[in-house]
Design a protein around this ligand. Structure first.
Ligand code: HSE
Length: 336
């Protein structure tokens, strides 16, 4: 396989961070893995730039940063008004990368697989609602369908459950899986009200496009659903229990802190049961993370307790998961 053709959907914070990693580490990837990439299309909300010969990522990043939309490039290139489904059908790519937050993206993920394309995604709802269909279709077609960045950004909990802990039976997982709520709760402990703390999370680029997804616990719920699917069997987001951090009084968060504990939005995952709710944790608990960190305690029959902890949100941190999956998909497509 020569150059691997990539089609990128979504050119917001994560999409641009992904493009930057592909650009800045091009030589490293070539030397270390013998892979080189050609980005043949990038789509944002304004349109799709499509160049079958591959585009200059430096230039496309400059356009987006200067004008805020890809359609501004129309002086130099044709910009197409494709829906994602049309773009998947039209554009010849080896790997489709979904870094959007399109809730209906599972339909075009399916189409991409049917057309023989691998899929790499950081978009959670397709998996939280359609894990079984998507992974079955990929399995039938022997195509990579990879989603490391959906949970804990690039911190490799998906790879751990999917590829590494193969002899173990998982007994349960408890995790703090949403960076925005941890960031907000950390600030609330210092006396900053929720709305103001949320603005800080938005400035860091870690909150969802619609931040109510973080505050109400949906984002952590999507992630917990995906972990259940991997650790046990497929379920959907509709089957889980969620309570977010909305309505938590500032005084309560500070009181818990004064008592030597800390409030965190905790996901508890056992076979057939997933819940997300704010919980008081002892300060020394391995789940008492701060800022944008995530942590998960995995209990297995053979290993006992295993802790995985690291960045759970952030731009380059999420791009780490996306680009690692792109490299894995490439190696697998080559038969490695
Ligand atoms: N909004 C998410 C979070 C981004 O705060 O964890 C990473 O999935």
């Amino acid at each position: 396989m020569g150059e691997v053709k990539l089609s990128i959907f979504g050119f917001g914070n994560v999409g641009r961070a992904t493009a930057r990693v592909l650009l800045e580490k091009e030589r490293v990837f070539k030397e270390k893995y013998g892979v080189s990439f050609k980005v043949v299309s990038i789509s944002d909300r304004s349109g799709t730039v499509w160049l079958p010969e591959g585009m200059d990522l430096r230039e496309v990043l400059n356009v987006k940063e200067a004008f805020g939309r890809l359609s501004a490039w129309s002086n130099d290139y044709e910009v197409y008004e494709f829906s994602p489904m049309e773009a998947v059908k039209e554009i010849d790519a080896d790997i489709v990368i979904d870094v959007t937050n399109d809730k209906n993206a599972w339909e075009w993920h399916m189409e991409a697989l049917k057309r023989g394309r691998a899929v790499v995604t950081s978009n959670k709802p397709p998996l939280a609602f359609h894990y079984a269909e998507l992974t079955a279709e990929a399995g039938r077609r022997e195509l990579p369908y990879l989603f490391e960045a959906t949970v804990m950004a690039g911190t490799p909990i998906i790879g751990l459950l999917r590829e590494t802990l193969l002899a173990d039976s998982i007994e349960g997982i408890e995790g703090v899986l949403n960076g925005t709520t941890t960031y907000i709760l950390t600030k609330m402990e210092e006396g900053v009200p929720l709305e103001e703390a949320l603005k800080g999370a938005q400035r860091l680029g870690i909150a969802e496009h619609d931040p109510s997804g973080d505050i109400l616990g949906f984002d952590a719920g999507y992630k917990a659903t995906i972990l259940h699917c991997l650790a046990f069997e497929p379920i959907t987001f509709d089957e889980i229990e969620i309570r977010g951090i909305d309505g938590l009084p500032l005084e309560d968060v500070q009181r818990v802190r004064k008592e030597g504990k800390t409030l965190r939005l905790v996901a508890s995952i056992e076979r057939g049961s997933v819940s997300v709710e704010p919980k008081e944790l002892p300060k020394e608990s391995p789940l008492a993370v701060s800022s944008t960190q995530n942590a998960a305690l995995i209990k297995t029959d053979l290993l006992g307790e295993l802790l995985i902890r690291g960045a759970g949100a952030g731009l380059k941190e999420t791009a780490s998961g996306v680009v690692s999956d792109v490299i894995t998909a490439t190696i697998r497509l080559r038969g490695g």
